[in-house]
Design a protein around this ligand. Structure first.
Ligand SMILES: Cc1cc2nc3c(=O)[nH]c(=O)nc-3n(C[C@H](O)[C@H](O)[C@H](O)COP(=O)(O)OP(=O)(O)OC[C@H]3O[C@@H](n4cnc5c(N)ncnc54)[C@H](O)[C@@H]3O)c2cc1C
Length: 287
């Protein structure tokens, strides 16, 4: 049994109560996604003088994206919860602040948790991905003003790609969802699939399984089908959702002599449950 929000669920008998053994030592957590938020909570509970450093001007990391697609606004409650609890625990927040050597010199922590999340994968083998008409899924989800009345190709039908397609269709775009393998939503848990495909079917989204993106030119994308034939799709905007990769610990941080832990997507790509759990475990494992 696991829980996305409570990392102790199912492990109550294995885990000792959190002791107050931080003794005022300084700890820095990099990244305010669910992994970093949870790590900061546990470090503060342990009595570390904890600072949470976040590049963006807000808490939440990818949760800010995750709550945008239809029916998902309740994920924002998790960010509200952490905002309240970290405030109560006196965690120092450095928002709009990039983790850098000078900052670490200033904060001089004895322990650091690296929870810097992930970045979208953009395969170098596909020409044209640097064109302005190509967006990543996060760019499309956060677009301000929102994309409307456009022909949009969403490429990649993992959970993020499907949710992005649903959101773009609801915003009034003409959406095509393209997937390399011959099935939409490969690897997605069947219950989630039934739920989201039921909603997607009610939009005008067209599905193109078995279509591998091979190149992009201005307004035209070339796909290779399973039988080797080629298809060209015309679009105003192409949205890439081809997976994500963790942000590695920078070299300058490795050799600083402080206790270093890695959590969340930076440790291994997962979902909220893995991020919260690894954030918790990282913070507890610091000596
Ligand atoms: C559209 C979408 C929908 C999703 N829906 C779900 C869902 O329904 N259920 C689910 O379980 N999961 C969902 N996820 C996945 C979930 O959001 C992630 O698994 C989770 O947020 C990963 O947490 P994290 O803390 O490791 O990283 P992130 O949430 O990515 O947070 C990392 C943070 O680190 C910051 N950072 C990076 N580098 C630096 C630096 N050098 N200095 C300072 N700060 C830095 C970033 O700005 C970011 O805020 C969704 C994701 C997306 C994109």
């Amino acid at each position: 049994m696991v829980c996305s929000v409570n990392p102790e669920a199912g492990r109550e008998c294995e885990l000792a109560a959190i002791g107050r053994d931080g003794e005022g030592r300084r700890a820095v957590v990099v990244g305010a996604g669910p992994a970093g938020l949870e790590a900061a909570r546990v470090l503060a509970l342990r009595g570390f003088e904890t600072t949470l450093v976040e590049r963006e001007g807000r808490l939440g990391g990818q949760l800010v994206l995750a709550e945008r697609p239809p029916k998902k606004w309740r994920l924002g409650w998790l960010v509200d919860y952490y905002r309240n609890v970290l405030g109560d625990l006196g965690v120092g927040l450095r928002l709009g602040c990039e983790a850098a050597p000078e900052l670490m010199d200033e904060l001089s922590p004895s322990a650091v948790v690296w929870a810097a999340g992930s970045v979208p994968v953009l395969p170098a083998s596909i020409p044209g991905l640097d064109l302005p008409c190509v967006l990543t899924a996060p760019d499309a989800i956060m677009a301000d003003p929102a994309l409307r009345d456009q022909r949009v190709c969403v490429v990649g039908s993992g959970m993020t790609g499907i949710e992005c397609a649903e959101m773009l269709a609801e915003q009034g775009n003409e959406v095509g969802l393209y997937e390399m393998v011959d099935q939409i939503g490969p690897g997605i848990f069947f219950q989630n699939m039934i739920d989201i495909m039921g909603r997607l079917d009610k939009t005008s989204t067209k599905l193109f399984p078995g279509h591998r993106l091979v190149s992009v030119e201005d307004g035209r994308a070339r796909f290779q089908k399973v039988d080797g034939s080629e298809v060209v799709a015309e679009f105003d905007c192409l949205v890439l959702s081809l997976g994500i990769k963790g942000v590695p610990v920078p070299e300058w941080l490795e050799g600083r002599g402080c206790e270093l832990r890695v959590a969340g997507d930076a440790l291994g790509i997962g979902r909220i449950q893995e991020a919260v759990r690894t954030g918790y475990d990282a913070a507890r494992s610091i000596a």
